[in-house]
Design a binder for this molecule. Sequence first.
Ligand code: PEP
Ligand code: MN
Length: 339
Amino acid sequence: MIVVVAFHAAGAVKSRLEELGFRVEEALAGGRAVLCGSGADELLHLDHLKQLRAWEGVEEVHFSQPSTKVVGQESRIVDLGEGVLIGGDAIVIMAGPCTIESESQIFATAEAVAHAGATVLRGGAYKPSTSPYSFRGMGVKGLELIAAAGKRFGLKVITEVMDPRKVDLVAQHSDILQIGARNMQNYDLLHEVGQSSKPVLLKRGLSARYEEWLMAAEHVASSGNEQIILCERGIRSFESGTRNMLDLASVPVMKELAKLPVIVDPSQATGKRDLIAPMSLAAIAAGADGLLIEVHVNPEQAIKDGAQSLAPAQFEALVPQVQAVAGALGRSVLLPVVA
Ligand code: PEP
Ligand code: MN
């Protein structure tokens, strides 16, 4: 690490670094000292080192070690079992309603998306609603319904968990634990899913920078669970023409930084049905390893997010287009074994 400090204060800072186990070399430049510390683990002393900024005379503190110890070390493929791998050559399509509404709705949607080419069924049983007066999900009944629908049609299941106390319950009914955008920095929740044996899908926070998203993944990974999928779902911007701003640059950036699979959710990103197909194709072109798309048997009757949900026929028309773009990149789309 490098600390730039006023000459008169250099001795005290140097001693502090040495106390922490660093070897310190000192150079003088323009009335200031540049201290170069090496030989100790910066992350082990993170708080002490950050606090150097509060020390008299200290002007700059630069870390030289990466900010993560687990994420970004090696490329990872997430294995859902039965040949469903995320982050390999094959693109995985996850589809289903925003929220589970009834047995007939989730079963009909599951059948339609399995038939069209999805391998994972999505649907929320616990919904993070902005208004407390909005539908907040079916809870345990919803979990049971989505698990049964997934099983019936040979689909893996993804559903959101919001409460650290419900991680085990949700994990019993789901193949992937979804952490929603609003909870990306809920560290207690991240640590709890970090102790689960189920893979975690970590959505990007509404205004999260790449580094913050990366560090959220590190919270999960450092708690023991390295089976993490990142999901870009759009961020807040000044533009009001779409629900969020879909940042597709995050796909190659985060794949490189985190070395984790990255998928894209064009539904939350755009808020508009007509934009789902073009943005899905753009996501695959940008290198996404999968898509998370809202599909509803009858979008006009959806309790939530109908405007950003595809009808089954629209979803069915999109899958071959995704295959064509994937094929152009030497990739394929993983297709389900429909029961
Ligand atoms: C959702 O997937 O329905 C959802 C609420 O997503 P996000 O957390 O990205 O807003
Ligand atoms: Mn939704």
